[in-house]
Ligand binder design. Structure first.
Ligand code: S3P
Length: 167
């Protein structure tokens, strides 16, 4: 079974994904890491040299190849912006890490993420609001991480508990 973790940049998809994979004794992958491995370029360099549209094409191609695999996969914050990717996500169990914008912003504001470098606080907040609709639309399981005080183990335990009916 393919399990996808979605949510905004800084929601904690990577850290929770790794912990969940360990708990389920499952393989773990990060879509961005696969893109970096396949292209030999960093996400930042793809954005700078090839542009965001090309990054989105590579992102979809990479995701397509993973349909039917057994693993936990962290998506990028923008993967579900594209309708094609939302359709692909129907082949997987989708977990939405719903983390408040301010918490995400605190975690990403000093990072090298291309969108954080080029967008203002207000623009990122707008993007967060737009994307929340997509995450909600695709999610089979929604975990409000703030209600669990952003406690990693508690979030993973909650995901695990609610995943049981899919396993
Ligand atoms: C992006 C999020 C990033 C990465 C790229 C674009 C986005 O992944 O895919 O920088 O559009 O939100 P994370 O959500 O893992 O930071």
């Amino acid at each position: 079974m393919l399990i996808l973790l979605c949510g905004f940049m800084g929601a904690g998809k990577t850290s929770k994904g790794k912990l969940l994979a360990a708990k389920l004794n499952s393989d773990y992958c990060d879509l961005d890491e696969l893109i970096v491995k396949n292209t030999g370029m960093s996400v930042k360099d793809i954005f700078t040299n090839l542009g965001e549209n090309e990054f989105r094409k590579i992102e979809t191609d990479t995701l397509k190849r993973l349909i039917g695999q057994n693993m936990i996969l962290s998506l990028g914050g923008g993967t579900l912006d594209k309708e094609e990717n939302r359709t692909i996500s129907k082949n997987a169990v989708v977990i939405y890490l719903n983390t408040p914008f301010e918490t995400c912003y605190e975690r990403i504001s000093n990072s090298e993420r291309p969108l954080v470098k080029t967008k203002s606080y207000e623009e990122l907040k707008q993007l967060y609001n737009t994307r929340s609709q997509f995450y909600n639309e695709c999610a089979d399981i929604i975990v409000n991480t703030d209600l669990l005080n952003e406690d990693k183990s508690a979030v993973v335990a909650e995901i695990y508990r609610r995943l049981e009916r899919y396993l």
